[in-house]
Ligand binder design. Structure first.
Ligand SMILES: Cc1ncc(COP(=O)(O)O)c(C=O)c1O
Length: 331
């Protein structure tokens, strides 16, 4: 029988904010990280899964016994499957072959059905299924409850936990719900706060931001993304959830830099986190090193590194993908 998932959802959010300034040069900015891996589904996406599902229930679009379809690079699928199972909602997650085996198994552990599609097709497949069978399409890429979840939770947490002293927010993006919702909240408190998107090398968002948005070139279009390893980061084109107006800069980080930082976080701080966290922290450290000690940068440790033991924490996978890390660092 379905239980009241609101009870369990109390454990979502209010994640620890930790000081990782040891990674920054001595006179650089203070660097803080929200431990989103501490959510029950082990990623930031619990915040949106809870809010999107409860919003749909409150709007009369979804109820116990219904089937929900969710396109996801993996983590939203995990979180939606977790909450769906508590509410008696059947969940079908459509993901790409890039999704780690650990995330695939995590989704299935909650009883959800998993469909794996070629990289570019998984979002279209979810809406096709919804239309064909009358399923509820949660569509995190265009669902306003996605950025709203961060506007209502993560933004206020960062503001309160830094006593309003946060000066920079650094975050990667895939749906861009997190950076858009959190960025909007923080800028409403203090318009001086700088919001920086960390974009993986291979993603098109840097070019979209500078060429299409900043230079107002409406004809700007680029092709498919170039391949990169980091999951849950980067996109071929802007999503409806993306609000470029709250973003001040876009910086690029490559796979090698992101993964180096994952190992550094594991070995110097005891933090086993996923590739997008390494990407975030690499970008945040570079920014912190260019600033002075009165600045406070907040970034996110988006998910748990256990979700990638077969990939970025696996020496064979790294060798196959031409990533080099110190021999003592890999299993
Ligand atoms: C591990 C991880 N990091 C970062 C993100 C980016 O968050 P958002 O979709 O809000 O841009 C995602 C999204 O899939 C993710 O799974």
């Amino acid at each position: 029988m379905a239980i009241d998932s609101n009870l369990y959802c109390q454990t979502i959010g209010k994640t620890p904010l930790i000081n990782i300034s040891n990674l920054v040069k001595p006179d650089g900015a203070k660097l803080l990280a929200k431990c989103e891996y501490a959510n029950p589904g082990m990623s930031l996406k619990d915040r949106i899964a809870s809010h999107m599902i409860h919003t749909a229930i409150n709007n009369g679009q979804l109820k116990s016994g219904d089937t929900l379809v969710c396109a996801s690079s993996g983590n939203t699928g995990c979180s939606v499957a977790m909450i769906g199972s508590m509410l008696g909602i059947k969940v079908i997650v459509v993901t790409s072959a890039k999704c780690s085996e650990e995330k695939q198994n995590h989704i299935k552990a909650y009883g959800a059905e998993l469909m794996i599609m070629p990289d570019t097709d998984y979002m279209a497949k979810a809406s096709e299924l919804a239309i064909k069978h009358g399923y509820f399409d949660i569509n995190q890429y265009s669902n306003p409850a996605n950025p709203e979840a961060y506007y209502k939770t993560l933004g206020p947490e960062i503001w309160q936990e830094t006593q309003g002293k946060v000066s920079h927010f650094v975050m990667t993006g895939s749906t861009f719900g997190c950076i858009s919702g959190t960025g909007r909240y923080l800028k409403e408190q203090n318009a001086e706060i700088r919001v920086i998107l960390a974009d993986p090398d291979g993603s098109n968002m840097h070019d979209y931001y500078y060429k299409s948005f900043k230079e107002n070139d409406n004809d700007f279009a680029v092709g498919a993304m170039k391949p990169f390893i980091i999951e849950g980061a980067g996109k071929s084109k802007p999503t409806p959830c993306l609000n470029f107006n709250v973003i001040d800069d876009v910086v690029k980080v490559n796979d090698q830099e992101a993964i180096n930082m994952c190992y550094k976080l594991a070995n110097t701080n005891g933090l086993l986190v996923g590739g997008s966290s390494g990407l975030n922290v690499h970008a945040a450290v570079e920014i912190a090193n260019s600033l002075t000690s009165e600045h406070i940068i907040v970034t996110l440790l988006c998910d748990n590194g256990v979700k990638y033991l077969s990939k970025i924490f696996n020496s064979r996978f790294l060798t196959q993908n031409n990533i080099k890390v110190g021999a003592a660092q890999t299993a």
